[in-house]
Design a protein around this ligand. Structure first.
Ligand code: XIL
Length: 328
């Protein structure tokens, strides 16, 4: 048992991303977070698109409600996210002058972190900045921020975040950091380079988020992940699993086959991460299969229901969730 049933600091905190849409319509939904989570992550409500429909007005209502829910129940909130290639309102992308873009970015980080100071203690300052396939695309991924500011948008954002809330812990969050193969080796190496470059420039970075959007049929590189975690540790940077779910679009068969395959990859992920020491947190990208982005983006090829999350559509725990609960 996690959440309310667990003593603070007993081990690795467990968390999940929550969506404002289902708070009122589905009472079991909110309860699942209160039953299981030490950390609650607003899934979309702290993204630019949600916070800043126009340049001059912030809309904090949805994010406030979720952060309040966490706070009132004695849970932590994790902030997601300041810099991302996606979910940018059109008015931002129309800014073409570098100095103005930098001002808007720093002001945004200051305003949002100021509002949640003391209530949101960890932030994904930069999300999905590594090139999807570095062998063909260079080091960092194409984005509005890359086009207007270049690679320096990363130190700009971390420096602004450190100034805005010196007590918050600042994270670089990315995907495809756990699998076997050259593309993933390159991506892990780039993360380490970014950490070193920030540190050499005297800019604080506290942690790396491994998103953990796993594929039920794709092998985790346990030794590479363990090495990666140890390297980060030697740089003084912590690691968290930040968006865990299991993409089962290629799995044949029903729930038993899906859950058996998911158990293997989640188990391997934990093994690789724990080999470098306890992670700072394990966070899943939702709580129940009833609501997940996976069937929208990567539906089962055979048309059957996806089973990406710790609880199924009827809120029954999966074997891999039991494994996580034993391990944390
Ligand atoms: C996804 C949400 O789950 C969806 O509801 C939304 O429509 C799009 O964004 N990596 C991330 C998350 O960092 O912000 C993404 O969340 C999933 C992939």
């Amino acid at each position: 048992p996690f959440g309310s049933a667990r003593a603070a600091g007993s081990a690795v905190p467990f968390g999940a991303a929550i969506q404002i849409e289902y708070l009122d319509s589905d009472p079991a939904y909110t309860q699942a977070f209160l039953d299981h989570c030490d950390i609650i992550v607003p899934m979309n409500e702290l993204k630019w698109e949600a916070l800043r429909p126009t340049r001059d007005a912030f809309d904090f209502a949805s994010a406030d409600r979720l952060v309040d829910l966490a706070q009132k129940n004695g849970r932590r909130s994790h902030g997601h996210t300041h810099v991302w290639w996606n979910a940018l309102p059109g008015w931002v992308e129309r800014i073409s002058a570098a100095d103005e873009a930098e001002r808007v970015l720093t002001e945004h980080i200051e305003a949002v972190m100021d509002r949640y100071r003391g209530r949101v203690e960890t932030w994904d300052v930069v999300n999905e900045v590594i090139a999807h396939d570095p062998a063909n695309e260079g080091v960092l991924r194409d984005s509005y921020w890359m086009r207007v500011l270049g690679a320096r948008h990363v130190p700009i954002a971390f420096a602004a975040a450190a100034r805005a809330d010196p007590s918050a812990r600042l994270i670089l969050n990315d995907y495809d950091l756990e699998f076997a193969g050259d593309r993933y080796d390159r991506r892990r190496a780039i993360v380490l380079d970014i950490v070193r470059q920030l540190q050499d420039a005297g800019i604080r970075i506290d942690g790396i988020g491994i998103q953990g959007h796993l594929y039920a049929d794709q092998a985790i590189d346990i030794p590479a992940l363990a090495r990666f975690g140890r390297e980060l540790k030697s740089l003084g940077v912590f690691l968290q699993i930040s968006e865990l779910d299991v993409i089962d679009w290629n799995i044949d068969g029903g729930p038993e086959e899906q859950d058996a395959a998911a158990l293997v990859v989640v188990g391997d992920l934990l093994e690789g991460v724990f080999a470098a020491g306890r992670p700072d947190a394990v966070i899943t990208w939702g709580m129940t299969d009833r609501y997940s982005w996976i069937p929208d983006v990567m539906p089962r090829r055979d048309g059957k229901p996806s089973r990406p999350l710790p609880l199924d559509a009827d809120y029954r725990p999966k074997p891999w969730f039991d494994l996580i609960r034993r391990r944390l």
